[in-house]
Design a protein around this ligand. Structure first.
Ligand code: SF4
Length: 376
């Protein structure tokens, strides 16, 4: 009898695991995702969708444009068709909340030396093989320990922490759009700056509607090579290029990060193309950060990016005419600090995420050069 019970238990465990694997695979499909196997929690009706015939809905938040039959969940794992309406499953469900140096986002031209109250929910609309936060970004809401927090509670906690801003970060804020929007409105009314740390994979209309409530946007641009996007992220490049142009044109402060993944997107010509595109389409003063990759997630077999390749990327971008180029994940590098574009003198000296000296006064360097950004 004991043997039979043990056998039945084994069958149940293997069956559940197989269901989870199959579900994950199917979630990668553009048209549909698996029905929820767990209570999705509080539902919050989504913005940016349309109802189609036969109870289908089409999500219009990101370029995947998921078309979802009843019960199905989008590729981001957090938007579900329930009864012919699209709902967010992540509204008010925090997977994490930390107070970080704003430089860790990284924002180098926004309130240097300040702290950002940083939050995330589960889910993401990309599938980056090198994701650094895959434990929350590649999960359904019920696979991650979350805590409930209303927008009012998030803003109150941010104020209590002494942070000067709220950062929507770690996973992908686009997919908790409604929650982010409600928090951002309240936060700005209370004098907090609002920061989005995103891959920029969002449709133009929801982006335009969000921007009036955001002070600064950081876009993690994955690679200038479009094939890198399709093969390593599950997204596509051109919507992100468009999103960066839209953000810049809106007047919202923009910084761009490019993670250099060893042997994948760190070639000199590709870096040069990116720098040139930034100068021609966004302007020569948009901060561009080149960040060093560390083995992670599904690319744990790759070595870290050679430090000299990251330093060379910065040199190339400067050669292409960009004024504010930084390096990240390299200890004590020249690319940590901000320099006057006319004299080359250090204006903000940093060591990693920490500001050692700040010589700016009202956004002006000691030589009178105006440094663009959001300053005190
Ligand atoms: S936000 Fe989610 S549901 Fe909407 S289109 Fe993108 S992946 Fe699909």
């Amino acid at each position: 009898m004991r043997k039979i019970l043990a056998f039945l238990f084994l069958v149940a465990v293997v069956g559940s695991a197989a269901w989870l694997v199959v579900s994950r695979e199917r979630a990668g499909c553009a048209e549909a995702a698996p029905p929820s196997a767990a209570t999705p929690g509080d539902l919050h009706e989504a913005l940016w969708y349309e109802k189609l015939a036969g109870g289908l809905v089409r999500c219009m938040l990101c370029p995947h444009s998921c078309r979802l039959p009843e019960g199905r969940i989008g590729r981001c794992r957090v938007r579900q068709n329930v009864g012919g309406k699209l709902y967010s499953l992540s509204y008010g469900r925090l997977a994490t909340a930390h107070v970080d140096p704003i430089e860790k986002k990284p924002f180098f031209h926004v309130l240097p030396g300040s702290r950002a109250y940083s939050i995330a929910t589960p889910g993401c609309n990309l599938r980056c093989l090198f994701c650094q936060n895959w434990e929350i970004s590649q999960m359904y809401p019920w696979e991650v320990r979350t805590s409930k927090a209303s927008p009012e509670q998030v803003v109150a906690e941010a104020l209590r922490s002494g942070a000067e801003s709220i950062a929507f970060t770690y996973s992908e804020p686009t997919i908790f759009y409604e929650y982010m929007l409600d928090i951002a409105k309240l936060a700005q009314a209370k004098g907090l700056k609002t920061l989005v740390v995103s891959a920029g994979y969002i449709q133009p209309e929801p982006l335009q509607a969000l921007l009036p409530h955001i002070d600064a946007y950081k876009v993690d641009f994955k690679a200038f090579n479009p094939e890198f996007y399709t093969e390593l992220t599950g997204g596509s490049r051109d919507p992100v290029l468009q999103a960066m142009k839209t953000i810049r044109a809106s007047g919202v402060w923009l910084e761009v990060v490019n993670l250099l993944v060893t042997g994948q997107n760190d070639g000199e010509e590709e870096v040069r193309q990116l720098a040139r595109w930034v100068r021609e389409n966004l302007g020569d003063d948009v901060p561009l950060h080149f960040s060093r990759f560390h083995p992670m997630h599904k690319l744990a077999n790759l070595p870290p990016t050679p430090i000299e390749r990251v330093i060379r990327a910065r040199e190339i971008a400067i050669e292409e005419g960009l004024k504010n180029v930084y390096t990240g994940n390299i200890p004590a590098a020249e690319g940590d600090s901000t320099y006057s574009p006319t004299t080359g003198e250090i204006v903000i000296e940093r060591k990693g995420y920490y500001v050692v000296r700040n010589h700016l006064t009202n956004g002006l360097a000691p030589d009178g050069e105006k440094i663009p950004g959001i300053w005190r």
